[in-house]
Design a protein. Sequence first.
Length: 362
Amino acid sequence: MIRVAVALPERPYDVVVGTGVIEGAAGLLPAFPSARHAFVVSDRTVSGLFLESLSEALRAGGLTPIPLGVPEGEEAKTLQMAGTLLNQLAMQEAHRDDVVVALGGGSVGDLAGFVAATYMRGVPLVQVPTTLTAQVDASIGGKTAVNLPGGKNLVGAYHQPRIVLADVGALATLPEREFRSGLAEVAKYALTVETGLLATLEGRLPAVLAREPEMMEPLVATCAGAKARVVAVDERDSGARLILNYGHTLGHALERLEAFAGRSHGEAIAVGMVFAARLAEAMGLGPEGLVARHVRLLASLGLDPDGALPDVDAIVAAFRLDKKFHGGVRFVLLEDVGRPTVAESVPEDAIRRILKEMGAEG
Ligand SMILES: NC(=O)c1ccc[n+]([C@@H]2O[C@H](COP(=O)([O-])OP(=O)(O)OC[C@H]3O[C@@H](n4cnc5c(N)ncnc54)[C@H](O)[C@@H]3O)[C@@H](O)[C@H]2O)c1
Ligand SMILES: [Zn+2]
């Protein structure tokens, strides 16, 4: 078991990474002296797998678990669903010391986090991430949100969890595509701020792909540590966190363009990272071979960094809608692996040329 500290001055907490962390939750949870109930938000698949053992652990820890069911995946992240959960909390007479537990992937985490942030202006939150994406990224840092018809994550709040319990044993049942999507985030950390992971991904690939807990525990902990470091210096996402947006500018654009070619988030940011590497090479910022290394790594993780792209004009227009857009397209680019930098003024003709080289029309 590895404990990763998220050293926020006013709200420090731990990310506990290991096997059996769900069953052992009673011994890991911080004290909630005035809490009686733990409201456990999860979808049907996840509750079928883990709710019983988590509930038992919560009882052992002196909390009465009350399950609250939500739809699977992104569909759960609506204002309506948040309203339903808030009403359920009120009906059950949840009080301000009771605990909301998010059991599931990033969607459940974002939704339950938002509900915990807003019920009575904030109640304690525990994150129990069960997808790789949620364990290395979404459960850490306190960003919570739901979607509006007009866009993803448009309504939200910052609300840090009291603890994150990341059980790498839970990854065993994850659908292959979901797992690979998480590996794209792992690759992002490896290429930008945790180059030590490159050796693991390049040298011990079979163990990673087999999701061996002995392999996943340090791997998840390293990524969680990277996220924790960035969050600790930039809780409100005003600068340093931008680095972890590597590959996400194009990735988000592809997702926004109606899930172009049906890519998952991970598949979209894989294309985005290759695009960023191509930009860096073309601008003479990154070394020769940077693109090839990206392609090799991502392909080995089962992520296809090629494939269909939308029209260049549509992509450039989508860049302008990015929340990170501030009067110009900013890209996180690599001077080399492990040396990220924020490029403020990337010439639009270079962007367009590379998109065309990658197969975009226009
Ligand atoms: N708050 C943040 O900082 C942050 C960061 C990254 C992503 N996100 C958000 O996270 C969401 C994506 O999350 P996600 O990729 O974890 O997917 P998800 O939560 O949308 O869906 C996961 C799917 O996998 C299933 N599942 C979860 N755990 C399982 C397990 N152990 N075994 C079998 N099936 C399992 C679920 O039932 C669900 O169908 C997006 O909405 C994104 O915006 C938030
Ligand atoms: Zn991402």
